[in-house]
Ligand binder design. Structure first.
Ligand code: SAH
Length: 229
């Protein structure tokens, strides 16, 4: 049975989707996205002292200056990717691993890069403990993407980027979708949906304003830590 708090989170996401429809162009999300939001326990991804707030529709701190994103934004970004069960997705900014888990419910495999090695290890360990076998997490700078598994059907960047990393655009399949918060950190950014058409031409559309932690541009630690979950 769904808890009241989970139920409230799902209803809040639906209400926000409806309110932001004039900007986002979608008044409701794919039922499969909502099902993933119902099934992935956000409680497992927040620090123990914040469990009472796990279903609040807001970002929460996860340590090291980073956050787990707001559930509505996680649902919106996932919906924008229009995932299919055969698809391979790249995420930049693993953080807690929550967004990766949502994506993994809907796609075949999720590759996720995290610049802070300790967060990469913790997320990989948690995702593996939760039973995910279709998520690979690696510590590294997402600006370079993860060329070994490219091209990707979808790419999601969950930190604010001041430029569109060329490697990520290269690693997107023709026909693929990329979602990115674009703009200066510590202010609001434009959430962009970028589509690569079959002729490899890029089309960008602003969805709405969002506020993400900055995408860091230097290697946090040159030692890479790899884990599979
Ligand atoms: N998707 C996460 C939330 C991400 S917060 C979740 O569901 O919890 C943004 C994350 O991006 C942080 O963990 C931060 O360390 C990471 N990050 C910032 N710059 C990065 C970069 N260049 N490459 C990879 N990860 C980066």
């Amino acid at each position: 049975m769904r808890s009241n708090r989970l139920e409230e989170m799902l209803r809040t996401i639906e209400a926000e989707a409806w309110f932001t429809a004039p900007l986002s162009g979608r008044s409701s999300f794919d039922p499969k996205v909502m099902e993933a939001m119902e099934q992935v326990p956000r409680t497992a991804f927040v620090p123990p002292e914040l469990i009472a707030h796990a279903f609040d529709n807001r970002p929460l701190p996860i340590g090291r200056g980073q956050t787990i994103s707001q559930p509505y934004i996680v649902a919106l970004m996932t919906d924008l990717l229009e995932l299919q069960p055969t698809q391979t997705i790249l995420e930049v900014g693993t953080g807690s691993g929550y967004q990766a888990a949502i994506l993994a419910q809907l796609a075949q495999h999720v590759y996720s890069l995290e610049i802070i090695p300790s967060l990469a290890v913790e997320a990989a360990t948690l995702l593996s403990r939760l039973g995910y076998t279709n998520i690979s997490v690696k510590a590294g700078n997402g600006h370079a993407g993860w060329p070994e598994h490219a091209p990707y059907d979808g790419i999601i960047i969950t930190a604010a980027a001041t430029y569109l990393p060329p490697a990520l655009l290269d690693q997107l399949k023709p026909g693929g979708r990329l979602v990115i918060p674009f703009g200066r950190p510590h202010m609001t950014q434009d959430l962009l949906l970028i589509q690569k058409d079959l002729g490899c031409k890029l089309h960008s559309r602003k969805i709405l304003e969002v506020a993400f932690v900055p995408m860091m541009d230097e290697d946090h630690d040159s030692r890479t830590t790899q884990g599979s979950a």
